[in-house]
Design a protein around this ligand. Structure first.
Ligand code: ZN
Length: 162
């Protein structure tokens, strides 16, 4: 999965019309789509291997779901805030879940946002140069060498031993 593919899935939700679920669902709102795209921009790259999934909701908002090992993270957005749900399967017990809100204009938004992914067990590799983007290996899968770059298009950080 790539961020581009996830955004394509979000974009395609624009085509859902009134009553798309046959139970009086609302069309997906433009602000929900903007909110979902914003979240996709921010999620750590490593979370793309945590089975990300885009789910439309009948009130016109969008749910982004991630799953890793015994944990599931759901980030639902209407464009103004995130309603989060963290669930963990615990051996021999009922699922442990925690639900709450995170406003996009929260002063500590990013800090709280990345806590969700720490909890999920997904690492983030902040760029040492711009601190906005995240580094990745453009030569991933290639043997012996790495070609580290930043995913912020405005940042030219690179480190290579090619
Ligand atoms: Zn950078």
């Amino acid at each position: 999965m790539t961020k581009k593919k996830l955004k394509k899935e979000v974009k395609d939700l624009r085509n859902l019309e009134d009553n798309w679920d046959a139970y009086s669902a609302y069309p997906i709102t433009k602000v929900s789509i903007e909110g979902a795209n914003y979240i996709i921009d921010l999620v750590p790259r490593e979370s793309l291997s945590a089975n990300p999934c885009v789910v439309p909701l009948n009130d016109g908002s969008i749910n982004l779901e991630f799953a890793k090992d015994s944990k599931e993270l759901e980030l639902e957005t209407d464009g103004e805030q995130i309603i989060y749900l963290k669930c963990e399967k615990v051996k021999d017990k009922d699922e442990l879940c925690e639900e709450g809100y995170l406003q996009f204009d929260d002063k500590e938004f990013l800090k709280k946002f990345y806590k969700f992914f720490e909890w999920l067990g997904v690492k983030r590799y902040p760029c040492p140069k711009c601190n906005i983007g995240e580094t990745y290996d453009a030569n991933a899968g290639g043997m012996f060498c790495s070609d580290i770059r930043c995913d912020n298009p405005e940042c030219n950080y690179s480190y290579s031993d090619l």
